[in-house]
Design a protein around this ligand. Structure first.
Ligand code: SF4
Length: 545
């Protein structure tokens, strides 16, 4: 194999801890693939958890592979080498099972790229008994598996803790069986979806057993964004049900880990890292979050929370975060105007947001990151005007506190366009057209730029359109993904495949339509619809669909 690839793999192995020892073997060989670069994968607690779950099964060894970085990819292409696993540098095509763990829809584009590098046919229909079984699971499939469905022999719907043990046991038991027979057996498991067979009947979503311990970092390396942290999952799902947010509807019910188990995980983590990254969609909603942060600080550690609910901030919590070195706190008002916050059911008033920002600054944390969504259904310039006013008022409160602390901070406005996500109440709504989004962004830039200490950060709009397309599309997108994997951009690939991207992402669905992503429906479609109708009631009659 090319020496440059070997060097990269050797360096990665040398810089990480927690991987299975080289040379390990078992009856069944699994290669777990993250369809993005190593540095991205290693910050994914979900990916790490699946790695551990596979390796905890008897008679099985699981290795890992990733989308190669630029220089690594060049080396693969120049040498003609086939993609290999990190642990034992084994070609992916030699494994019994190649399992993709996919969290984000835009990574669908990388699936055929990886399979091509691994010399495994991209589409399941083209594989033979000589190829490994290619399966997939992960959050992106809980939202919509269809655009990528044809790449896989099997898709597993649900949470790894419940899916992997029976799946692995069956694969070990039938390791010598033909591909067809193994697939037939696997297809009988709860949560299994065989894309080749279609989906006449709904597939069941599988939830982790109630007693599953908290997921924690298994692999530690500095070559990743959260390299300085030991990650601990404190809760799964979210009880709030904001109408745009998949996390609140796809992972149900809301589950909180017991404090005692979390403390044990923290003690383990502090042996490796000083900072404990608390993971979950609704970390600050955990019933014992303050006690947990207290415990971490008492142990000389530092808790890190990705974002805090505006209405869950307490002076003590902020004091703890300030004491443990937090310089920035993220708050997510999401809606700039009360009308938009009510539409998405954020349940926050401007006063609550202002008080929270002031409390954060009073605690000495003077950098704020504020998350807003633009392009929500029915949004107009008056809503944007209110977003700017709210931001200016937040800034005033923060500056007042900054004077007391004799330090200046910075406020970052992180603006994301609304993407109608499957299995949320706003799944029936359409995305705002790209040109209109560009106009809104330009309008905001003009208004925000003159304000000192305010920074506007806008998510890449074209990337968001791709995400929306892959969230809402069906199997007609398979050829488009194949073209993009060959290097075409979205516009060119869509033109070649005859796909009207704008029409797909902006389309408003009728409530009685069968939606392409309803392969494994969430429990309560009626509830989603009631919430959608309640959201639309916030709009004037001429704007309701
Ligand atoms: S936006 Fe946040 S609070 Fe709302 S449902 Fe999603 S995770 Fe929960």
């Amino acid at each position: 194999m090319n020496w440059q690839i070997q060097q990269i793999l050797r360096r990665r192995r040398g810089a990480e801890t927690g991987a299975i020892p080289a040379g390990c073997g078992g009856a069944l060989s699994v290669c777990l693939v993250y369809p993005n670069h190593y540095a991205v994968a290693m910050s994914s607690l979900g990916f790490q958890t699946v790695y551990k779950l596979f390796n905890d099964q008897p008679d099985l060894v699981c290795e890992r592979a990733f989308l190669p970085d630029r220089d690594e990819l060049d080396a693969y292409l120049k040498s003609g080498d086939t993609l290999v696993s990190l642990e034992n540098e084994r070609p992916l095509s030699d494994f019994d099972l190649v399992a993709f763990s996919i969290s984000f829809e835009p990574d669908f584009v990388n699936i055929p790229r990886i399979l091509k590098l691994a010399r495994i046919p991209s589409c399941a229909a083209d594989r033979t008994g000589a190829d490994p079984l290619v399966i997939a699971g992960g959050a992106a499939f809980l939202i919509n598996p269809e655009p990528a469905a044809e790449f896989f022999d099997l898709i597993a719907f649900g949470e790894g803790e419940a899916l992997i043990p029976p799946l692995a046991a069956l694969c070990v038991q039938h390791v010598a069986a033909s591909r067809e027979m193994l697939l037939q057996e696997l297809g009988r498991l709860a949560g299994s979806y065989l894309p080749a067979a279609g989906h006449d009947t709904a597939v069941q979503r599988i939830t982790a057993p109630a007693a599953a311990p908290p997921a924690c970092s298994v692999l530690l390396t500095d070559e990743t964004e959260f390299g300085n942290m030991f990650l601990v999952e404190v809760s799964r799902g979210c009880p709030r049900g904001c109408r745009f947010c998949a996390a609140g509807f796809v992972y149900q019910p809301f589950r909180q880990q017991p404090l005692e188990l979390l403390k044990a995980a923290v003690l383990e983590g502090l042996q490796h890292r000083k900072t404990i990254g608390l993971v979950g969609a609704a970390v600050s909603d955990h019933r014992s979050i303050e006690a947990l942060c207290n415990f971490i600080v008492e142990q000389d550690g530092s808790p890190s929370l990705s974002s805090l609910r505006v209405d869950r901030l307490t002076p003590h919590m902020l004091e703890l975060l300030a004491k443990s070195g937090h310089r920035t706190i993220s708050l997510a008002p999401e809606g700039g105007s009360q009308r938009m916050r009510d539409l998405i059911r954020k349940n926050l008033t401007a006063d609550q947001i202002l008080d929270a920002a002031e409390a954060v600054a009073r605690a000495g944390i003077l950098n704020l990151r504020l998350y807003f969504i633009i392009g929500l259904p029915g949004e107009n310039d008056q809503d944007l005007e209110e977003l700017v006013k709210l931001t200016a008022a937040i800034k005033e409160r923060v500056v007042e506190q900054a004077r007391r602390h004799k330090r200046l901070g910075e406020i970052t406005l992180s603006v994301n366009p609304f993407i109608p996500k499957p299995f949320t109440p706003l799944q029936w709504a359409g995305m705002c057209p790209l040109e209109e989004l560009k106009r809104k962004v330009a309008w905001l830039e003009k208004r925000i730029r003159p304000l000192a200490n305010l920074r506007l950060k806008v998510e890449d709009l074209h990337g968001c359109v791709l995400q929306a397309l892959l969230s809402r599309g069906g199997r007609e997108l398979t050829p488009l993904l194949l073209q993009m994997a060959e290097g075409l951009n979205l516009r060119k690939a869509a033109k070649l495949c005859g796909i009207d991207v704008e029409a797909c992402v902006t389309r408003i669905y009728a409530p009685d339509e069968k939606l392409v992503w309803e392969v494994a429906p969430v429990a309560d479609r009626e509830r989603l619809l009631t919430e959608y109708q309640a959201a639309m009631k916030q709009l004037p009659e001429e704007q309701t669909p």
